[in-house]
Ligand binder design. Structure first.
Ligand SMILES: [Zn+2]
Length: 95
């Protein structure tokens, strides 16, 4: 469940708000997506390619997409931990 979809009462200002998500979700998400896409696509795909003499080339693209997907998930999750979720009224961070 995503806390940004819920209305919560802010501890600091007492207003019922819909918390803002982390500021840099997209930034972290994309950074990790690229790293994971390269890792899965090139490193694992490349290793399979060497082992199977060419079959791995076909596996590189789906592995890269998979890597990008999980990288984005992990990046967004990390952004939530590092940046936190804040109150749009007063900027108070929710635990
Ligand atoms: Zn507040």
């Amino acid at each position: 469940m995503d806390v940004t979809n819920l209305d919560v009462k802010c501890d600091s200002c007492g207003i019922i708000v819909n918390p803002k998500g982390p500021k840099h979700t997209m930034l972290y998400g994309f950074a990790f997506a690229i790293v994971f896409a390269l890792f899965f696509g090139l490193f694992i795909g490349g290793s399979i390619g060497i082992a199977t003499a060419g079959l791995g080339i076909a596996a590189t693209i789906p592995l890269g997409i998979l890597g990008a997907y999980f990288g984005y998930k992990i990046g967004s999750w990390l952004a939530g931990i590092l940046d936190g979720v804040s109150c749009p009224e007063c900027g108070h961070y929710f635990g």
